[in-house]
Design a protein around this ligand. Structure first.
Ligand SMILES: [Fe+2]
Length: 448
């Protein structure tokens, strides 16, 4: 397996792991969204009896000289004292107060007159306990639309309230009012200030029985889980970008290698076709021998890269033939002793041509030793058994098979059975027995 294949395999595994992590993050994100949604929609309550360090409520009468006055023409047969009360809601929590409202329970007889900037949801109960309620913007009303019990003292609206009645202040939600939302402590703590004008006989109205309801807004990326998610998603995105880039580069590199290999293969074929082309009976011989040699190597259990080395080396086994006189190669009759000696030189001359070619391993040996015989009676050196390099012994078998399997000027090609018989007969004399065994298996399996 090539380095590019290994890299692609690693990228595939890493992508699988990252996708699994992404799926896990998505599940965590969904659960986190549900939790944040629940947190943000929950109404929290502070009453005048409970205290909170995070959300503070302060209701008090304003102390300026213009903040209280006496109203004489009330239409009630008595004058009333008016006073402005200030209500401050301060947010010291980490999150925004996204929505809020405050309920005041009335404890003494009084009259609600006005306020800013929101609306008042007022609940009156008559002596029979029947409730009447209405939500009003006291700065902007038409008294014909008011069905709460009320007085109109000049321009002033007086809504009488007594023990048991209550009103709820809803803040103005327009951004300009600044009443909602109220910033949290991370943004310098915000507060909302509202005013209420109350009338009473004494000028003192008890507004200290209240109940503040509020919602906090927690952002999706706030808190430990939010920060974990944003860091994880960012790292994941970076990992995908890096892996994608490496994959694209490896694909481009691989396509370049493939095209270079094709170019090399073409060049090899041309080189090997040259010696074969000089003799009509040898056309395609080198490539056929190389294919058979590779099948033998595979059968012998060599790994893929070694099988390719055997194939490429075998392609060049007869390259020395280019130096042999063409008249000898094309001669129909029997060769003279001198002519045969000339042909035999193709082994040494081929090795000479290949000796400096480092990138085709064992090609020199394939050229030099493919006519040696296992019993030491071959040429050019008469080497025997393991003295003959393995590539020489493999190519010898493949070369002999191709010779027997093709017509010659002086004979027809051998039958399949004749070829088998020849190999069995010459096992241990001309050929390495182990290689013959491997080749006969190949013949059987591939129906050669
Ligand atoms: Fe040869």
């Amino acid at each position: 397996m090539s380095r590019v294949d290994n890299l692609k395999k690693i990228i595939k595994r890493l992508t699988g792991a990252l996708l699994a992590f992404l799926a896990l993050l998505i599940v965590i994100f969904i659960i986190h969204c549900i939790n944040v949604g629940r947190y943000n929609s929950e109404w929290r309550i502070i009453t005048s009896d409970s205290s909170s360090t995070q959300i503070l409520v302060d209701v008090h009468p304003r102390g300026g000289v213009t903040d209280s006055w006496v109203k004489t023409n009330t239409g009630l047969g008595t004058s009333l004292n008016a006073k402005i009360y200030e209500m401050v809601v301060t947010n010291n929590s980490h999150y925004y107060v996204d929505d809020w409202q405050i309920r005041f329970n009335v404890t003494d007889k009084c009259y609600l007159n006005n306020g800013w900037c929101g609306t008042f949801e007022i609940h009156q109960f008559d002596r029979a306990g029947t409730e009447t309620s209405q939500t009003l913007d006291l700065r902007n009303f038409d008294n014909r639309d008011i069905y709460l019990f009320n007085y109109l003292a000049g321009q002033d609206l007086l809504i009488p309230l007594d023990y048991g009645d209550y009103f709820i202040y809803h803040p103005d939600t327009s951004p300009a009012s600044g009443e909602v939302p109220i910033k949290g402590s991370e943004d310098m703590s915000g507060s909302s200030v509202c005013g209420i004008i109350m009338y009473s006989l004494t000028g003192e109205v008890n507004l200290l029985d209240y109940e503040l309801s509020y919602k906090l807004h927690r952002g999706l990326w706030d808190g430990t889980t939010g920060r974990f998610l944003i860091i994880s998603f960012t790292l994941l995105a970076l990992s995908f970008i890096i892996l994608g880039t490496i994959f694209l580069v490896s694909v481009r590199f691989e396509s370049r290698i493939i095209s270079q290999n094709k170019l090399l293969a073409d060049a090899f074929r041309i080189c090997c076709a040259m010696p074969d082309s000089r003799d009509y009976y040898s056309k395609g011989h080198s490539e056929r021998v190389a294919n058979i040699a590779r099948l033998i190597a595979e059968k012998m259990g060599m790994d893929k890269s070694d099988c390719e080395i055997v194939y490429n080396a075998a392609l060049f086994h007869n390259v020395g033939m280019v130096t042999v006189n063409e008249q000898i190669l094309r001669k129909k009759g029997k060769l003279t002793r001198e002519e045969y000696a000339e042909v035999k030189k193709h082994t040494i001359r081929g090795a000479e041509l290949l000796k400096d070619i480092e990138n085709i391993p064992h090609a020199e040996e394939a050229a030099l030793y493919h006519h040696e015989r296992y019993d030491g009676t071959g040429y050019p050196f008469g080497k025997k058994e393991d003295e003959i390099p393995l590539i020489g012994r493999i190519v010898a078998v493949a070369d002999a098979y191709d010779a027997m399997n093709n017509d010659r000027p002086y004979r027809s090609k051998f039958s399949r059975d004749q070829i088998r018989e020849e190999f069995i007969k010459n096992r241990g004399t001309q050929f390495d027995p182990a290689i013959v065994t491997a080749f006969l298996d190949v013949m059987g399996e591939r129906n050669l």
